[in-house]
Design a protein around this ligand. Structure first.
Ligand code: E4P
Length: 214
């Protein structure tokens, strides 16, 4: 499974890249706003850091506006993927952009039939938001299972990008289902590699090593 960071913070992206486990990045308008930097300059820096897909979201309400915005976004870097919301206008934009061989990630997906329609419109990636479903008392991971089954039934090659991840458990469950990508905030990414037994084991090794002579 590919690991993406869900952030627009360049320090977090550099740290993950140096650990050898950064396959891509997802951003959204809220994450961009948090950085309080001019958008274009920030997006260019992100494209330089990240070798894999850099997901940048359009904000226009109409298909025409989204396509126009996408035209500007793809000039930022070769690895830019356009994020489009799962609305009727969004899907019209997906159809146009995918017809021009521009990769599109359809975002704000909350059920399996939405995911089917996104794939039919030509989405390269679908982003179901599992944490936001969990927040409302619905098991978000069930939607990932359903999408995986439907895509498998019909040999659909749209990649399932599990989004709105809140915990390491979400990442493990997404991998067990066979999702292609999990995107997560840095705090979840960081917690994934820590284990108290690793720290205790290392401490014991360090103590033992002090007693060894050259
Ligand atoms: C994905 O592309 C989104 O940016 C993100 O995962 C949303 O997560 P949130 O529900 O934590 O805001």
């Amino acid at each position: 499974m590919k690991i993406f960071l869900d952030t627009a913070n360049v320090a977090e992206l550099r740290e993950a890249k140096s650990r050898g486990s950064l396959d891509g990045v997802t951003t959204n308008p809220s994450l961009i706003a948090k950085e309080k930097r001019p958008f274009r300059e920030l997006a260019e820096e992100i494209c330089q850091i990240v070798d894999g897909p850099v997901n940048l979201e359009v904000n226009a309400p109409t298909a025409e506006g989204m396509v126009e915005e996408a035209g500007g976004l793809i000039t930022i870097g070769k690895n830019v993927v356009i994020k489009v919301p799962l609305t009727a206008e969004g899907l019209k934009a997906v159809k146009i952009l995918s017809g021009q061989n521009i990769r599109v990630n359809v975002t704000l997906c909350f059920n399996a039939t939405q995911a089917l329609f996104a794939a039919k419109a030509g989405a390269s990636f679908i982003s179901p938001f599992i944490g936001r479903l969990d927040d409302r008392g619905q098991e978000g991971m069930e939607v990932i299972e359903e999408i995986a089954t439907i895509y498998d039934n019909y040999d659909i090659d749209t990649e399932i990008l599990v989004a709105s991840i809140r915990s390491p458990m979400h990442v493990k469950d997404a991998a067990l289902i066979g999702a292609h990508i999990a995107t997560m905030p840095f705090n979840v990414y960081d917690r994934l590699l820590h284990h108290p037994l690793t720290d205790l084991g290392l401490e014991a090794f360090n103590q033992a090593w002090k007693t060894v002579s050259e």
